[in-house]
Ligand binder design. Structure first.
Ligand SMILES: Cc1cc2nc3c(=O)[nH]c(=O)nc-3n(C[C@H](O)[C@H](O)[C@H](O)COP(=O)(O)OP(=O)(O)OC[C@H]3O[C@@H](n4cnc5c(N)ncnc54)[C@H](O)[C@@H]3O)c2cc1C
Length: 255
């Protein structure tokens, strides 16, 4: 378990806040890969200090569940967007979503010195080496992971990237290799479930020939629905698809 403090927080675009955390504990952070997941522990309103479960990786959860409600922190999954081992700083990009869950609300008002707990987890982006090209798809919750993957991709990567975002003001420049085509998909319907636009767009897209490696994440219906389409209608082998439900519409994280 790593303790860190907010160094700075800034709006990246309309619906994204980048929170940079730092501190000496980050010397123990083990970088595993481009879409590395980190469990983020946050103080609840009214709590004076952040109390963290301190047991080993296999048993933190039972310990967490047994913590008294007045000391138990919130815990949510996020992507490590950038890690700087020299400065001992780590960036996380939070979606500032309209449902205002505890993590999103915390990020929007985060200020220097706020304490967080970080529990590094694993990676999902493990492309098959013999893929001809990559299909990378996500809603806004997966934008940090996808940008991290694309910005650090090898120069010869060929990829089609579909990024659904809440508004045109969330579209930003991307540093990507020349063979990577980025399709931003800003939603026009503010009431549409995130992920639906990306699902429908990719379903009807003309995709490159050859064997793809596919990575899809976001609201649960996007990865599960697109995987079904890719397997049934595009004959993509299941082993060539990484699909991860990052969140579920109408369902909050553990409290
Ligand atoms: C491996 C992994 C990596 C992730 N990386 C990131 C990341 O880098 N950045 C990021 O922002 N999210 C990321 N997520 C998703 C994030 O964990 C969830 O969105 C989380 O539910 C947000 O917590 P909350 O406290 O704000 O809302 P919760 O309390 O969990 O939910 C409250 C309400 O808000 C809704 N909600 C939750 N998330 C969203 C959303 N994104 N848009 C609209 N409504 C939402 C829920 O359906 C619920 O109705 C990741 C998830 C996983 C599993």
């Amino acid at each position: 378990m790593i303790r860190a403090r907010v160094v700075r927080a800034e709006r990246t675009t309309d619906h994204f806040v980048t929170v940079t955390v730092g501190g000496p504990d980050l010397a123990r952070f083990e970088f595993l890969g481009l879409d590395q997941c980190v469990r983020v522990f946050l103080r609840r309103p009214g709590q004076e200090r952040l109390t963290l479960p301190d047991s080993d990786p296999d048993s933190w959860y039972p310990e967490y569940r047994e913590m008294a409600e007045d000391v138990r922190p919130y815990v949510r999954n996020y992507t490590m967007r950038r890690f700087d081992p020299e400065a001992l700083e780590l960036d996380i990009e939070f979606v500032a979503h309209d449902d205002g869950g505890p993590a999103s609300s915390w990020a929007v008002s985060a200020s220097e010195g706020d304490e967080v707990g970080l529990y590094p987890e694993g990676i999902y982006y493990l492309p098959s080496t013999d893929a001809d090209w990559h299909l990378l798809v996500g809603d806004e919750s997966a934008v940090p992971a996808l940008l991290s993957i694309v910005e650090q991709a090898p120069r010869d990567l060929r990829a089609q990237v579909y990024l659904e975002v809440p508004s045109p003001r969330d579209v930003r420049p991307v540093q990507a290799p020349p063979g990577v085509e980025v399709h931003w998909l800003p939603r026009e319907d503010a009431h549409a479930t995130p992920g639906r636009l990306a699902l429908e767009t990719v379903r009807s897209a003309t995709l490159p020939e050859g064997r793809p490696y596919c990575w899809v994440a976001g609201e649960n219906a996007l990865p599960t629905g697109l995987r079904r389409t890719l397997v049934k209608e595009r004959s993509v082998p299941k082993d060539d698809i990484t699909f991860v439900g990052y969140w579920r519409a109408g369902v909050g994280g553990i409290d």
